[in-house]
Ligand binder design. Structure first.
Ligand code: NAD
Length: 441
């Protein structure tokens, strides 16, 4: 059955969700306040890099199932179901999440919704937000209690967003237990295709659903910082963290995923989400529970300085050294540079006097907008020309596939520092290069 769905906020999460809901056969309207983003989407162009999304977007626009607008009035008139997918960034100068965008959606939308409807929140929010938004929506809406707010947190990974939306590991729904309504029934209709494929569907209360998301991100961040802490010990002991990760990862209870030591995590989610989680726990009087996340954050941030130290150790002095930086997206298969460890390292190196030449297959425009003063190159070879040291900071396939012969005769010094432990040290050493990984001899 087709449902009339509105997706509010058409960034990485919302644009993907809108296109994928249309792909499931629903009639979808995407809403955003950014006119340039809307213009691109209306023209069938994804405003960011996400593999597979352009095809899903154009196919559904052409089929007449997907449109975009800036008008809340149009959205309220169109939708029976609303997904809220606006940003919840870190507040400036604080750990807490900035929830003004989600608040603003409710303030603008709820007064216009004049028939029974459900708003499903997908943004990552501090626990308690959904209940508060629900109360506000009931207050503002002409239909009162018949405008429901439920929470349906999103777990997609950039770079795999389409696959993760259409074939998620699980769906989680938080409903208001004090006001039994239609939210679960409506969610079952919207996700009927996915549920038919046997995807686990967990229905719970609002607070638990909000906490599922922040806990999942806290766990993933902890796992990365765990292996990075072990990597520091490996460095000190002359051991190899990559072999260690393989060995412990064979244990099902541990698992190999997210055990890659390197320059640490970044992006628009993990760093801000663990900080917001600590801030919220503090507000709730449970701050002691999450003090370990401070350490997780500290270990992670330390990786960036550690990488700069390793480069300095390799070249002697950074002043006047030419550094090729391969990769500036926070992870491969994405153009997202929010809180990118690679850009942080590049920026630190430049501040310390190095000449930095950055290349990324997809994130150049975003990077230039955020760090206009860094040096940028047109290709891997261009970035490496005359370099005293080459750094691999985002593990794009095209960098993992590099072999020494590609760069011999291009660089000034055959030195490579692998900030993601994604290259084969033997290949590089046997090619006459000085190879340095992180946490490995
Ligand atoms: P984003 O910045 O890419 O997108 C947010 C969009 O919301 C922007 O296009 C912005 O213009 C729009 N917006 C802001 N205020 C609005 C308003 N009042 N009305 C309509 N549109 C408005 O952010 P994102 O990465 O898509 O993240 C959105 C939320 O999803 C965040 O809470 C994030 O933590 C969560 N999340 C993101 C991912 C991810 O991989 N990016 C994964 C899971 C969850």
């Amino acid at each position: 059955m087709s449902t009339r769905i509105v997706v509010i906020g058409t960034g990485y999460l919302g644009a993907t969700h809108a296109a994928c809901m249309a792909d499931l056969g629903h009639d979808v309207l995407g809403v955003d306040v950014d006119p340039s983003k809307l213009a691109k989407l209306e023209a069938g162009e994804v405003p960011f890099w996400e593999p597979g999304l352009p095809e899903v977007l154009t196919r559904n626009i052409e089929a007449g199932r997907l449109r975009f607008t800036a008008s809340y009035a149009e959205a309220a008139a169109f939708g029976d179901v609303f997904f809220l997918a606006v940003g919840t960034p870190q507040r400036k100068g604080e750990f807490a999440a900035d929830v003004t965008y989600v608040d603003s959606v409710i303030e603008n939308l709820a007064p216009l919704v004049d028939r029974p409807a459900v708003i499903f929140g997908k943004s990552t929010v501090p626990v308690g937000t959904a209940a508060r938004l629900g109360a506000r929506a009931r207050e503002l809406s002409p239909v009162g209690e018949q405008l429901e707010v439920a929470w349906n947190p999103e777990f997609l990974r950039e770079g795999h967003a389409v696959q993760d939306t259409l074939h998620p590991d699980r769906l989680v729904l938080g409903v208001d237990r004090d006001r039994p309504g239609r939210a679960e029934e409506v969610a079952r209709e919207v996700y009927a295709t996915l549920l038919g494929e046997g995807i686990p569907f967990l229905v719970t209360d609002l607070a638990t659903a909000e906490l599922v998301k922040t806990s999942a991100n806290a766990f993933l961040a902890t796992k990365i910082s765990f292996i990075n802490a072990i990597s520091e010990v490996c460095e000190a002991a002359g051991a190899d963290v990559t072999v260690l990760a393989d060995a412990i990862g064979h244990d099902d209870r541990i698992g190999r995923k997210f055990l890659n030591a390197g320059i640490g995590f970044g992006g628009g989610c993990l760093p801000k989400d663990i900080r917001a989680f600590m801030a919220r726990a503090g507000e709730l009087g449970a701050d002691q529970a999450l003090t370990f996340l401070r350490e997780v954050d500290a270990i992670n941030m330390r990786r960036r300085t550690a990488m700069v130290d390793v480069v300095r150790e390799q070249v002697g002095s950074l002043l006047g050294t030419r550094v090729a930086v391969l990769g500036c997206a926070f992870k491969p298969d994405s153009d997202d540079v929010r809180d990118s460890p690679a850009l942080n390292v590049a920026g630190q190196l430049q501040l310390q006097g190095a000449g930095v030449s950055v290349y990324d297959p997809k994130a150049m425009d975003n990077s230039r907008a955020l760090f206009p003063t860094l040096g940028y190159a047109a290709s891997t070879l261009d970035a490496c020309r005359g370099a005293d040291v080459v750094l691999v900071l985002t593990e794009w396939r095209e960098f993992r596939d590099l072999v020494p012969a590609d760069l011999d005769g291009v660089v000034r010094e055959k030195r490579i520092v692998d900030g993601r432990n994604c290259l084969d040290p033997e290949v590089w050493r046997s090619g006459g290069w000085a190879y340095r990984g992180l946490g490995r001899p």
